[in-house]
Design a protein around this ligand. Sequence first.
Ligand code: G6P
Length: 614
Amino acid sequence: MCGIVGYVGGRQAYPILIKGLTRLEYRGYDSAGVALVGEDGALSVYKTKGKVKDLERICSAQDVSGSIGIAHTRWATHGEPSDVNSHPHYSENHNLALIHNGIIENYQALKTELCRHGYHFQSQTDTEVVIQLIQFMMDTRKVSWEEAVPLALNHVVGAYALVIIDKEEPDKIIAARKGSPLLIGVGENEYFVASDASPIIEYTNKVVYLGEEQIAYIERGKELRVTDLRSVEQTAEVQKLELSLSEIEKGGFPHFMLKEIFEQPRTLSASMKGRLHPEIGTVTLSGVIDNRERLLKAERFVICACGTSWHAGLIGKYMIEELTRKPVEVEYSSEFRYRKPVLHPSDVVIAISQSGETADTLAAVNLAREAGAFLFGICNVVGSSIARATDSGCYTHIGPEIGVASTKAFTAQVTTLFLFALSMAEQLGTVSDEHRAQLVSELQLIPDKIARILEHDKQIADLAKVFTYAHNCLYLGRGYNYPVALEGALKLKEISYIHAEGYPAAEMKHGPIALIDEEMPVIVIAPRRGNYDKILSNIQEVKARKGRIISVVTEGDSDVKALSDWSFEIPDTEECFEPILSIIPLQLLAYHIAIAKGRDVDQPRNLAKSVTVE
Ligand code: G6P
């Protein structure tokens, strides 16, 4: 949520900052801004409501020279998207400028106090209070800005990644983080600061991940210095980035979302690499093997996640319960953290998060730790907060997911949950060797089966045009495909703004059936395995009320097809792998409906990729 980037070195900062903002725009895109210290020592801030291209338009008429600067792309929390609420924000004397990602929870109390001391606020944001507080510390304690930053941050409650420049010291950037990610790129006599690696990768692959409650003092031509909030020196460990430029570019696709849908045969293979052994019919997951004793003792699994990751968690529940016969609960992290959940030290809490930064899931992990539960993380972003906060875990290894609507992360999470379930089942002895070998051998075929579904992209795009009129859609599925109905509906509403609901097909009779008429598209996920006859009856019920049926069926199906107005075929597979295939046509359908409606697919309104605020 909010993208931040900074540069100090020997090059012109502005082009680096703008390119960085464009790469970070998936994190938020309601306003953008940049602050630069020019060769003449002047600190200039340009900012606007709108996207990075709107900022560029404004800057094209300005002098944007200078080799130090910071820039921000915003997802509003406090204060509507407007020019004045855009970052960077100035201090009272206009010497300092700051950008921020996160939420300052006690901003109102701090603001009241600062106003009482004669400080003036321009915006309605929580952010501005931090820069004013830093100046307040400089003014009242007669200290430098370096000393003022930790003093101020010790009064701040909330989450932040923030970057500050001072026109009086145009060789230096100060950056700090608590609860929001920040990394520093280390080049030859130059430094970069950013929310993620995408603005940095083309300049250097050496990075320092700033730790929780750490402050970095970044100075041109000098060693990087890191302290904690009490100003105690910390070690800055330089790591090598495992990311290539092509992973963050569209690679010939019109949108990141489409690129990521088409990447799935490859990304699923990456998630399984080194973990699947069809020749001996088994899987190895080091996160499970290394913690075998603790995991086998688990009396219960509790899965915590948000959004698409929560849908993957629901499928994980079916898999883990089926294979290990241990109970699994699936929780929205945001609900779990604020009620009084019953947790035991014998529980294993599985946190699923693509970004590894979702604030509610991180808080759920922290709550579970206090209760003594064992923490297992399934994340994509290596070194992310949730990955670091858990006792063990495994990465999905799918490379960066940039499209705001999650696609390749979902199929990888489901696959990884399966690997976890099967690995546990093998250790527990709850799966026979034959069944295990059969599942393993089928899983290795899944990437090719996805590739076969993707060949029908054109057919799905043609059908999508028919549905641009729809105001509501209903998605129905049973068993393993019920969470797919939820995920299919989520994809559609996120990017096309058509209201859609996912429902267990049999539950339709208890309410949603009242909505069905000849206008209502009903998308039924009805592959051959599991509850096929039951869902056939549910389709009859829709048909009897003249609903327009689009079905996802197994190749060769005739019964469901005969009742449907349109059908998409998927290859046959084991029941537990059906979601990985059945979601693919629904991802494409949502994409093409959104395109047909002229929506901004990669940057849908009001959403952000990484929700680092609660
Ligand atoms: C946001 C994103 C979703 C994502 C959810 C959870 O809402 O737009 O695509 O599923 O956050 O994110 P996580 O990174 O924890 O999986």
